[in-house]
Write a protein of this length. Structure first.
Length: 317
């Protein structure tokens, strides 16, 4: 998509690593001027870095003023920053844990949308009307729901419906500003490190890759391409839409360990796919926690529990 966003200015929150870094790189390669806004600086990448706390309205005001002063415009906002917040169901989640997750995952996206619209309404040379694209990174947990983690699931569900509200508001006001949400499942980022430590990266990844009909688990760049598409005018007829980029069921950690001990690939799980969602419905059991990242029921792996979709572990010593 070379030149797809040429001449446009973009902000990517949580852009120092993972999906955000991939999106920032692809946007820059496609011609955008990119501002990477993150609470902590990552490896050197495209564009310029601005330290930014998405939960602070004062920080958002300062960031927008800085971008408009230096870049002269705002065309693309990628609200990617977020946290898992740890496990917890409706009975044991503390108010403090709930508020921390909502402040970053939900209120941070709310503020990002609020100030994105303010910036995108600014006109100038080459921009004669309010125009832009907002891309909010939610999660598959914001689609399927789960018994827990309560705070994370609620925050990602909020992002999904906030995106629709923003889209409808901008349409009502006749702003040419679109807003869509992206809902990834498991992506090969640092979140999988606990799983690789348990079973070995090469063997574990090869087995997980083989279980996907598409041939591999997602790379950050693959989600970055989804974000680039939504940020560009190639998705000009899409607003208020949720885009699910989600893998099918993968073997549990216990299956992976057993398969490596026996030298055999684990048996394929039975899928019960929900039409239009692309993910097997999780089967909930009261004795296992839910994955804080993607809302899938964890499975026991030795002394720990591990998510069969993204590899997050819980209860390990």
């Amino acid at each position: 998509m070379a030149g797809a966003v040429a001449g446009k200015a973009a902000i990517v929150t949580g852009g120092a690593s993972g999906i955000g870094a991939a999106a920032a790189r692809l946007l820059a390669d496609a011609g955008a001027t990119v501002v990477v806004a993150d609470i902590q600086e990552g490896k050197p990448g495209p564009g310029r870095f601005v330290q930014h706390d998405v939960a602070s309205e004062a920080a958002w005001k300062a960031l927008l003023a800085d971008v408009l002063a230096r870049e002269g415009r705002l065309d693309i906002m990628v609200n990617n920053a977020g946290i898992g917040g740890g496990p917890g169901n409706i009975e044991n989640t503390t108010v403090e844990a709930w508020q921390k997750v909502q402040a970053i995952n939900s209120e941070g996206v709310f503020l990002g949308c609020k100030y994105a619209i303010e910036g995108m309404k600014e006109t100038g040379p080459g921009k004669t009307e309010p125009r832009g694209s907002i891309v909010n990174v939610s999660s598959i947990a914001g689609i399927i729901g789960s018994a827990g983690p309560t705070a994370y699931t609620a925050s990602k569900g909020a992002v999904r419906l906030l995106s629709k509200s923003v889209a409808l508001y901008c349409a009502e006001k006749k702003y040419a500003i679109r807003c869509n949400s992206v809902h990834p499942g498991g992506v090969d980022t640092a979140i999988f490190n606990p799983l690789w430590q348990m079973v070995g990266r090469e063997q574990g990844k090869a087995l997980i890759d083989a279980r996907h009909p598409i041939g591999h688990m997602a790379e950050p760049s693959e989600l970055g391409h989804v974000i680039l598409f939504l940020a560009s005018d190639r998705s000009s007829f899409m607003t208020g839409t949720e885009v699910v980029a989600d893998p099918p069921s993968v073997p549990s950690v216990s299956e992976l360990v057993a398969s490596m001990e026996s030298g055999l690939a684990p048996a394929a799980p039975k899928n019960d796919h929900t039409p239009g969602v692309g993910m097997a419905r999780p089967v909930y059991k009261s004795d296992a926690p839910m994955c804080m990242q993607c809302g899938v029921q964890m499975q026991r792996a030795g002394a720990c529990h591990a998510c069969p979709s993204c590899g997050t572990t819980s209860g390990c010593s």
